[in-house]
Design a protein around this ligand. Structure first.
Ligand code: CUA
Length: 398
C-alpha cells in the first residue's frame, strides 16, 4: 500500500537540502577532527613521521566523518522517531532494501580499498632501503636498550689506542677497521638514513620512538628492522612498547639527575656537529685528545688509565694517596735536582716514572711500579703518554 501525501514533493526537496547540509557539516567535522587531533602528537622528527601523520590525518577525516554520521543519525532518530504519548502501534514491517544494502556495502568497500592502497604505500616507502643508510645494531634486554654502531676510521685520530679507553667507554675495533661503540644512546644527524637491526636477548620488546613515529617489535630468534631519517635535531626518547617485566618502564628514555638513562636517539643538526659531539664529552676528549700536552696529560691522569691516584696526593685531580710523595707543586720542586742528579725537572719527572727506584724522595720506600715504554712489557706507558703526563706535572707549581 502506498498512500501519496499531496505535499510530498515540497517535503522531499527540503529534506534533500537538509541531507546535503548535514552531509557537508559531517565532512567539515571530519576535517576538523583530523586537523585538531594531531596537535596532541609529539613533534615530527623524521621523514617517516610526516608520511605516517598524513595517513593518520586521512584516516581521522574518514573516521571522524563516519563517527559524526552515525552519532548524528542516532541523535536525529532518537528525537524524530521517539514514542509519542499514547502511541502503542508497531513500526512499518520493513523487509530488506536491496539498493540500500548495495550502497552501504559498496561505500565502505571503496573506502577500505583506498585506505589499503594508501597504507600499503606508506608502509613500503617508510621501510624502503636507502642507498646511503647507516646501520646500527640494537639489543633489547630486560631492562635496557643497547646500541652498537661503527664510527669510520677516518673520524678517529691515528694515534688513538682504543685499548687505552677508560672502562666506561665500550669500544672495540671492528673487522672493517672502524671503531665500534656500544652505548644506550644512538647518535646520528639530520638527513642521515638509518637502519636499525634489532635483536632481543630474552623476551619480546618493542622499539618505539614516538617522535619518529617508528615502532617495531624485537622477537626472540629473529632480527627485525626499522628505518628512519631524522629531519629535526633533538634528543628523542626510546620507549619499550611491549610489557616485558617489572623493569619495563626503565627501558624508556628518562632524565635522572641530568643523565640520560634508558634508550635515547640523539639527532645532531648536521654531519659536522655529529662528528664533533657524537660521544659523551669525556669519551670525546679521550678519542680526540687535546693538542695541548698539559691538558692531554691532565686528561690521561684523570682517566684513571694509570693508578697514580692510589699512592699520590694531587689536589687538582682530587687524589689523596699518601704512600708516595705528594704531587702538589711538583713542577716547582727543583731542590730535588741536586739530590737526584738530573739536569732539569722534565728529565727528573721522566726518570721518576720510567725508573722510580733510581732516586727515592727521603722518607719514601721503593714501592712505585716502573712504567715501561714497550707494549710487551708490564705497566706499559707509551712515550707520548709519558711526555704529556710530565708536561702536566711541570705545570703543577703551587
Ligand atoms: Cu622491554 Cu617492555
Amino acid at each position: 500500500m502506498n498512500v501519496r501525501n499531496p505535499n510530498s514533493s515540497g517535503r522531499s526537496s527540503s529534506a534533500i537540502i537538509w541531507i546535503v547540509l548535514a552531509g557537508l557539516a559531517i565532512i567539515a567535522g571530519g576535517f576538523l577532527i583530523a586537523t585538531l587531533t594531531p596537535s596532541l602528537l609529539p613533534a615530527q622528527a623524521s621523514a617517516q613521521a610526516v608520511e605516517v601523520d598524513e595517513l593518520f590525518r586521512f584516516l581521522l577525516t574518514i573516521g571522524g566523518a563516519i563517527f559524526l554520521l552515525v552519532q548524528g543519525v542516532l541523535a536525529f532518530s532518537v528525537v524524530r522517531f521517539r514514542a509519542r504519548a499514547g502511541d502503542t502501534s508497531d513500526g512499518p514491517p520493513i523487509h530488506g532494501n536491496t539498493t540500500l544494502e548495495f550502497v552501504w556495502t559498496a561505500i565502505p568497500a571503496v573506502i577500505v580499498l583506498v585506505i589499503t592502497i594508501y597504507s600499503y604505500q606508506v608502509w613500503t616507502t617508510t621501510r624502503a632501503p636507502q642507498p646511503n643508510e647507516t646501520v646500527a645494531g640494537v639489543v633489547g634486554a630486560r631492562f635496557a636498550w643497547t646500541f652498537t654502531y661503527d664510527v669510520a676510521p677516518e673520524d678517529f685520530p691515528a694515534d688513538v689506542d682504543i685499548a687505552q679507553l677508560p672502562e666506561n667507554v665500550q669500544a672495540t675495533l671492528a673487522e672493517n677497521g672502524s671503531i665500534q661503540l656500544v652505548s644506550n644512546q644512538f647518535h646520528t644527524y639530520v638527513g642521515q638514513d638509518v637502519r636499525l637491526e634489532m635483536v632481543t636477548e630474552d623476551v619480546i620488546h618493542s622499539f618505539w620512538v614516538p617522535s619518529m613515529r617508528i615502532k617495531q617489535d624485537l622477537l626472540p630468534g629473529r632480527v627485525t628492522e626499522v628505518r628512519f631519517t631524522p629531519i629535526e635535531p633533538g634528543v628523542y626518547r626510546v620507549v619499550c612498547a611491549e610489557l616485558c617485566g617489572s623493569g619495563h618502564g626503565d627501558m624508556a628514555g628518562q632524565i635522572v639527575n641530568g643523565n640520560l638513562v634508558g634508550g635515547w636517539v640523539i639527532v645532531h643538526p648536521d654531519e659536522e656537529t655529529y662528528r664533533r659531539e657524537f660521544l659523551e664529552p669525556e669519551t670525546l676528549s679521550v678519542l680526540f685528545p687535546p693538542e695541548d700536552p698539559v691538558e692531554l696529560g691532565r686528561q690521561i691522569l684523570a682517566s684513571g688509565r694509570y693508578p697514580c691516584n692510589t699512592c699520590h696526593t694531587l689536589d687538582d685531580l682530587g687524589w689523596v694517596g699518601t704512600i708516595g710523595p705528594s704531587l702538589n707543586g711538583i713542577g716547582a720542586r727543583t731542590q730535588r735536582l741536586d739530590a737526584s742528579g738530573h739536569p732539569d725537572m722534565e728529565t727528573y719527572l721522566h726518570e721518576s716514572i720510567r725508573n722510580p727506584g733510581a732516586y727515592l724522595v727521603p722518607g719514601f720506600g721503593n714501592l712505585m711500579p716502573q712504567f715501561n715504554p714497550e707494549p710487551t712489557q708490564p705497566n706499559y706507558m707509551p712515550e707520548a703518554d709519558l711526555e704529556a703526563v710530565v708536561a702536566y706535572l711541570l705545570s703543577q707549581t703551587e
